[in-house]
Design a protein around this ligand. Structure first.
Ligand SMILES: *Cc1c(COP(=O)(O)O)cnc(C)c1O
Length: 221
């Protein structure tokens, strides 16, 4: 059973901070997602393509589906018809493939640039230097069928709150730099996707605009 009391508190908190709550439903059954849906929640996140497609097909069509996990290029085509935001774009090649599949669907797909902010143990995301190089030298800003809406990051999995806070501050700083260097007049570049069940409070305090919360809503996996 989904924890609807936590859901309500999280929604309230997000309202106060003017942030979006993505309910991360990975591994959870349709019935539990419907419990959350029937409370009025419409934004859900998944991290596996097959599971995302299955759930999209079975659930009401006014759900906004976010792909939050690492995405392989050869699977983009399966979610391109319906996905509403892809959080983890971490290579130019992936951006290019999303652009290509979005064009086939006659859509503009919203994406976030994932930036590596954690310590060495986690592997995904652009390194800051590489991202700048990509924005300067690649064609990524010219793709017409993707809309780059901001950044996403994951803090180190640690009990050290100071470290987590410092990593979120770094992501916010990166967002500001990107905004002023490459996206000055683009009002859709506004999202900072950071914060999960264990660290969403710190993330909101550090200017997160979008938290991705799974276990605090759906229980442990
Ligand atoms: C699973 C997942 C989450 C949610 O994690 P919880 O700790 O259950 O809140 C957030 N972001 C990503 C990328 C995930 O894969």
């Amino acid at each position: 059973m989904a924890n609807l009391k936590n859901l309500l508190q999280l929604s309230k908190l997000c309202n106060e901070y003017n942030a979006t709550l993505v309910a991360v439903s990975k591994t959870k059954p349709i019935e539990e997602i419907l419990e959350v849906y029937h409370e009025g929640h419409r934004i859900f996140g998944e991290n596996k393509v097959q599971e995302l497609v299955d759930k999209y097909e079975q659930l009401p069509k006014d759900i906004e589906w976010h792909m939050i996990g690492h995405l392989q290029r050869n699977k983009v085509k399966y979610i391109a018809p319906f996905v509403s935001l892809i959080h983890a774009v971490d290579t130019v090649k992936l951006a290019k493939e999303i652009n290509k599949q979005a064009k086939k669907e006659d859509r503009v797909i919203k994406v976030l640039l994932q930036i590596h902010i954690a310590d060495e143990t986690s592997k995904f995301g652009f390194q800051w230097e590489d991202l700048n190089k990509a924005l300067k030298e690649s064609e990524i800003l010219e793709f017409k069928n993707i809309s780059i809406c901001g950044v996403m990051g994951m803090a180190t999995f640690t009990d050290n709150q100071y470290q987590v806070r410092e990593e979120f501050q770094r992501l916010k700083k990166y967002f500001d730099l990107l905004k002023s260097d490459y996206f000055t007049n683009q009002s859709n570049f506004k999202e900072i996707s950071m914060g999960m069940s264990g660290d969403y409070k710190i993330a909101l305090e550090e200017n997160s605009s979008m938290i991705r919360v799974g276990s605090a809503i759906f229980g442990s996996r």
